[in-house]
Design a protein around this ligand. Structure first.
Ligand code: 5GP
Ligand code: MN
Length: 344
């Protein structure tokens, strides 16, 4: 049995909308990850099984290792089909905002979503949700939005309508947001849900392989290169890795190739805070990823130094300037946060 995480009044409210709606749009955040696509497609499969007209729209492309997911070909990319997407957003009865807590996280698409007269629901697990939806289902203690989608569908009384395809998407989101159930994954109910998803016929071992073990040779070589240049700050129990545009070019970088890199330095004994700085090839900006083990607040660090946010142990942000300047800001941050970093 699952505890009732989502408030009953919100389930009832959403169910009422759902029963009357026909056109439903699902949106998720920029640079969509496994949970963004997993939760969106998990909900998509359920809603289409109820004969709704459903469109999933994300701001930009998602990595190849998610493209096996059932329904992924139907995901509309806003940066390629803006006009069509704007029309769908404007004409929707309901817009479901999944896996993000602020309109900023969906870039230009935020203007269209804010301007639409559709009823809006947020289903998310990031702290401090902004108020731009009529119903806000926000649960930062739950490790993935995909898990919330499972809970929502079940509480609406439709567990039996979850298909194998839908279950695969939900499982993928739960798996990727917990690093294959290696962090944020001590809640025993996660394993009850997995058991229910297995009852739908998913092959969890195969999903793991498809997501984590289908990289290119050049990605592995890039990983070697990045790790060879890693900087370890023993006095702060921290580490930093970086990737410039030139390095990306020389290793035939494609979107998603550096997925997971930020976690690798955490496998060094005593390192409990890591930073990954990557020059964006499309915009003049450096993308920052931060990860920690324990109580170190990555989200606070990201907000203070990199105009970002996220979860306690996984956050991100952006930096406008050179790589050297970004590294300097990171190092200044280490000094400022010294007392909160693990001391061994
Ligand atoms: P990642 O390092 O995988 O890109 O992001 C980890 C988490 O940090 C995301 O799930 C998201 O919550 C948060 N995050 C990443 N980039 C940004 C950003 O630019 N702004 C904010 N507010 N949060 C971000
Ligand atoms: Mn998520």
């Amino acid at each position: 049995m699952l505890t009732k995480v989502i408030e009953q009044s919100k389930i009832d409210h959403f169910t009422k909308w759902f029963e009357r709606a026909d056109k439903i749009v699902i949106v998720s955040h920029v640079s969509p990850d496994g949970d963004a696509i997993g939760s969106s497609l998990g909900l998509y499969h359920f809603l289409t099984s109820q004969d709704k007209t459903v469109n999933v729209i994300v701001p930009n492309a998602f990595p190849d290792f998610l493209k096996w997911m059932p329904g992924s070909k139907d995901v509309l990319l806003y940066d390629r089909y803006k006009e069509f997407a704007d029309k769908l957003i404007a004409e929707a009865d309901i817009i479901c905002c999944l896996d993000f807590n602020s309109l900023k996280r969906i870039d230009d698409m935020g203007v269209a979503v804010a301007g639409s007269s559709a009823r809006k629901v947020m289903i998310d697990h990031h702290p401090q949700p902004e108020e731009f939806c009529h119903i806000t289902i926000s649960h930062p203690t739950i490790s993935s939005t995909s898990e919330l989608i499972f809970r929502l569908i079940c509480r609406m009384g439709y567990f039996s309508d979850i298909t194998r395809e839908g279950a695969e998407c939900i499982y993928t989101g739960m798996m990727t947001d917990t690093g294959g159930f290696t962090y944020n994954s001590n809640n025993r109910e996660i394993y009850y849900i997995i058991s229910e998803l297995l009852s739908k016929g998913i092959d969890k071992d195969d999903i793991y392989r498809k997501v984590f073990n289908t990289y290119s040779e050049s990605r592995l070589r890039l990983m070697g290169h990045v790790l060879a240049n890693m900087k370890v700050y023993a006095e702060y129990d921290a580490a930093m890795i970086s990737l410039t545009c030139a390095e990306q070019k020389s290793f035939d970088y494609i979107k998603g190739d550096s997925e997971g890199f930020v976690n690798i330095p955490l496998s060094i004994k005593n390192v409990c805070f890591t930073c990954f700085l990557r020059e964006d090839t499309e915009r003049p900006v450096i993308k920052i990823s931060l990860r920690s083990i324990g109580t170190f607040p990555c989200n606070q660090f990201a907000a203070e130094f990199f105009n970002g946010g996220g979860h306690l142990n996984a956050s991100g942000g952006e930096f406008y300037g050179t790589m050297e300047e970004a590294v300097k800001v990171f190092e200044q941050g280490l000094e400022k946060y010294k007392s909160l970093l693990c001391t061994t």
